[in-house]
Ligand binder design. Sequence first.
Ligand code: SF4
Length: 339
Amino acid sequence: MTTRYNITLEQLTQHLATLNEKPFRAKQIWEGLYQQCRPLSEITNVGADLRDHLGDFLPLALSEVVRRDGDHGTTTKWLWQSERDHTQIETVLMRYRDRATVCVSSQAGCAMACSFCATGQAGFERHLDVGEIVEQVVRAQHDSPQRVSNVVFMGMGEPLANLDAVWAATERIHADMGISARHITISTVGIVPGMRKLADLPLPVTLAVSLHAPDDELRDELVPINKRYPIAAVIEAAREYVARKGRRVTFEYACIERVNDQLVRAEALADLLRGFPGGAHVNLIPLNATAGFNGSPAGNLRIQNFANALTDRGVNATVRRNRGTDIDAACGQLRARNA
Ligand code: SF4
C-alpha cells in the first residue's frame, strides 16, 4: 500500500508526470511534506485540485486512536491504528526547554519478550514500514510548537530486528526533515549482528544499548535474548561501534527495586564499563511498572546511590526521570490499556 510517507521522491515524480504536472511540482510537495513539515492541505503553493488528488492517492498510514497530554502539556502520547490492518502502535513527544524529542515505534509489538516490558509481554505482531515510522515523527511535528530536534527509536519494538525500514526512515528523517544524525538514537537490547550492520551504515547515529543488568544470570531473566547474545558479546559489538563511528554509546538501565539496583551490581557494572572507548555513559531510569511483571521502580535514593557508585568508579551516569507516567507513556502501556 502506497502511503503519504512511504512513497519515494522518484515515485512521486513519476506519478506527477502521468498527470502532466511540471517536474518541479514533486520537489515542491516533497519540501512541503518534509523540510517545511506541513500537512498536505497546508502546502498552498500547489493547487487545490492536485492537493485533493494526492490526499486520495497518498492516504495517511495511521489514524489517531488516543492522544494524551501530560507533564503540564510538555509530553504528548499517541496511540495510532494502522489503516492497513488496524494494528496499534505508540509515539511520544517530549518537549524540553532546549529540544523536542520524538520516541518512535519500529514494530507493532516485539518478539524480544523482556520480562518487565508491556510491549514484550504482549508479543510480536509485525514490522512497521518506512512510512509508518516516518509518519510518527512528522505528525508529532505537526502538533509540536517546537521544532523536533531529536528522534529516538525507543518505542515499541526492537529497531535492529527491522533494520531495513528503520534505516530508510533514519535517512529520510535526516536528509529530508533535516534532523542531525547525531540527534537520532537507535536503541537495541543487544542484537549483535544488527549492531555490526549498523556500524557499516554511513550516518553517525547514536547507539543506545539497553543493558539492565551487569551479569548474565540476571540479564537472562530480564532480557531473554541475552541467552543468544550474552553481555560480553554485546559490549564487544558496542566497542566496535565506537571504533568504527567515533560516536559515544549510551547504556540504558531500568532500575528495579532490589532486583538490579544493589550497590554490588553498580560495582559490577562499573567494572564492565570502565575503560570503555570514549567513556561509557549510563542512563538510569526508574522501571515503568507493568501489570505483567512482579517488580517495582527503584526509589530515588537507591537510584542516586547506584549512580554515585558508578561515577565514583569513573563511569558517567545520569538519572533520568520518567516522562508521562500520568499518561501511560512507557512503551506498550497505552496500547495494553486500550486492548
Ligand atoms: S524492552 Fe524493547 S526490546 Fe524488550 S520487549 Fe520491550 S520493546 Fe521489545
